[in-house]
Write a protein that binds this ligand. Structure first.
Ligand code: HEC
Length: 148
């Protein structure tokens, strides 16, 4: 039994030195949604605290995101999240795409699919109240109207 534990420990250590292909962080995003638009503070607060880690190039990696195999899961969520919707690339999207994103944001937040279930327990600032979800949804409609 002891031998098995040692083998596991060694395997875990080996995993740590294999490059994990972590999505890059870039704090300078000239096409960012928040940089280019006047968005009310409470909405900025929600987006930054509950969405930007997975849906922008400004992801903050907590310490455990550097530890394999957890890092694989974190990296996958961020890569997938960015590929669906990346607020850092907002301005380069056509209006039709922006409108589609806005309605998806509203839908995902109201039905509590987003932020991903695994995220708020580890990030208390991302625990959204029903009022915050409604506020974000209302904002998507108001903001959508300004795009015409
Ligand atoms: C922990 C990472 C994570 C967080 C935090 C997160 N998302 Fe996501 N999001 C994903 C992933 C992964 C996908 C793609 C898979 C899926 O749809 O579940 C996604 C998909 C989406 C989509 C696209 C759905 C579609 O149909 O293509 C929208 C819109 C979205 N998220 C909005 C949000 C909003 C708004 C927030 C903040 C309130 C948020 N997400 C927070 C990881 C995250």
């Amino acid at each position: 039994m002891k031998k098995v534990l040692w083998i596991l420990l060694v395997l875990l250590l080996i995993l740590q030195v294999i490059p994990s292909n972590r999505p890059e962080v870039n704090p300078d995003n000239p096409s960012d949604l928040i940089v280019n638009n006047e968005i009310p503070d409470p909405i900025v607060h929600i987006l930054k605290n509950a969405c930007y880690d997975c849906h922008s190039n400004e992801s903050h990696y907590p310490w455990y995101a550097y530890v394999a195999p957890v890092s694989y899961l974190v990296n996958r969520d961020i890569r997938e999240g960015r590929s669906h919707l990346n607020f850092s690339d907002w301005e380069i999207q056509p209006v039709s795409k922006k409108l589609k994103f806005l309605s998806e944001i509203s839908e995902e937040v109201l039905d509590k699919s987003m932020p991903m279930k695994i995220y708020p327990p580890l990030h208390p600032e991302a625990r959204l109240t029903d009022a915050q979800r409604q506020a974000l949804s209302d904002w998507t409609e108001e903001f959508g109207e300004t795009l015409f």
